[in-house]
Design a protein around this ligand. Structure first.
Ligand code: 1CP
Length: 343
């Protein structure tokens, strides 16, 4: 059984560093593109069999140490009564713009996005312990970005305006989204997820004081609620180096940051894995993989040389780009497999 990722996230010793890749179950894989030529993204997500098949694609090809379930951060939003489609990112037809809109959102008690849990059950069987299974959901702030602006792009000015104008309604929105994600992630754990990752892709939009006052409390409530699952919790913050140390104070077992943060310095600031019990995941620049296998190996070896192995999971700083050559991923694998030291 491969439990490297689980052990590394708990800051236990491992024979080598685990590796998995943000957005590994997607468009950089020719087999995914082939499937997408025959079925829409929505169709893949709606079918537990197809979603399970895509989840396993990067494992079959590269034997990575983590298998992230194929779904989207929008998957649980339908349960709130949010109406959306993908083009190619989420486009919401009824964005949340007022206190009245927030009040109308009801977090359901029953199963949220049952198709995702069905996919987890299929993956758990098919994986047979070859990799650790990862469930995920959006952090409250990141889901709110899409719900308020109605789509991705720019720096989510409508969201920041909403926070400035009506902090109480904004707080209510984040609170509901935290409860939605907490329930949805606990259900994923029941269905087979062994690690729970919370994606805060737009964590860097807010200032330090706004984070402290308006964002940290609901995000921490979500993470704290998940402690009962027994799964290691990973909080991922993209584009937020000004908040990295504060993100280190969350109760999650692990923190993943983007390439802008010096991971080794963050490790020094948080303290060694052995005492801080905070694992770090990341944070190779996803663009490095476009430069080909030699550059990948040079950059990855440099990161490994600076970053103590204990409690480190090698990953990218942001999602793998669709045009990434397969040879770059193979080169990255070779780096972790040939590292001489154990943690
Ligand atoms: O095939 C296609 O055309 C659809 C593209 C696609 C895919 C493959 C979307 C639309 N979502 C996904 C799957 C997805 N999304 C996964 C599955 C596992 C995997 O790819 O390995 C995951 C983990 C996500 C997470 C996600 N979706 C995030 C957080 C991670 C990150 O990259 O920061 C975000 C912000 C989204 C929103 C989203 N969904 C899809 C797109 C293109 C986007 C980005 C939209 C934007 O520009 O803001």
């Amino acid at each position: 059984m491969n439990d490297l990722l689980l052990r590394a996230l708990r800051c236990e010793p491992t024979e080598r560093r685990p590796l998995w890749i943000l957005r590994q179950a997607g468009r950089f894989l020719p087999e995914y593109r082939e499937l997408r030529a025959r079925a829409s993204f929505e169709e893949l997500c709606a079918s537990p069999e197809l979603a399970a098949q895509v989840t396993l694609m990067p494992i079959e090809r590269f034997a990575l140490d983590g298998a992230i379930i194929f779904a989207d951060i929008m998957s649980p939003a339908a349960a709130l009564g949010i109406d959306f489609r993908f083009d190619p990112g989420p486009v919401i037809s009824n964005p949340v713009r007022s206190a009245a809109d927030v009040r109308r959102l009801v977090v359901p008690d029953d199963e949220i996005a049952p198709e995702v849990h069905a996919a987890h059950r299929l993956v758990r069987k098919a994986l047979a312990g070859r990799a650790t299974q990862i469930g995920f959901a959006a952090a409250p702030l990141t889901l709110a970005c899409y719900l308020v602006q109605g789509r991705g792009g720019g720096d989510f000015a409508p969201l920041r305006a909403f926070l400035a104008e009506d902090p109480r309604a904004f707080g209510e929105l984040l609170d509901k989204l935290a409860r939605l994600s907490a329930r949805y992630l606990a259900q994923q754990a029941q269905a087979g997820a062994q690690v729970l990752q919370v994606f805060d892709s737009w964590a860097g939009l807010v200032s330090e004081p706004d984070w402290e006052t308006h964002v940290r409390p609901p995000t921490e409530r979500l993470l704290a609620e998940l402690a009962a699952t027994g799964c290691p919790r990973v909080y991922y913050a993209q584009g937020a180096p000004h908040l990295a140390r504060r993100h280190g104070t969350h109760s999650s077992e692990a923190l993943q940051v983007c390439w802008r943060t010096d991971l080794a310095r963050l490790r020094a600031e948080l303290g060694p894995a052995e005492t801080s019990r905070k694992a770090l995941q990341g944070n190779l620049d996803n663009a490095v993989l476009l430069a080909g296998p030699d550059t990948v190996q040079r950059q990855a070896r440099a990161l490994l040389a600076r970053m103590p192995a204990r409690g480190h999971v090698l990953n990218l700083g942001h999602g793998i780009l669709p045009q990434t050559p397969l040879e770059s991923v193979a080169a990255l694998l070779e780096v972790v497999r040939s590292e001489p030291r154990a943690a």
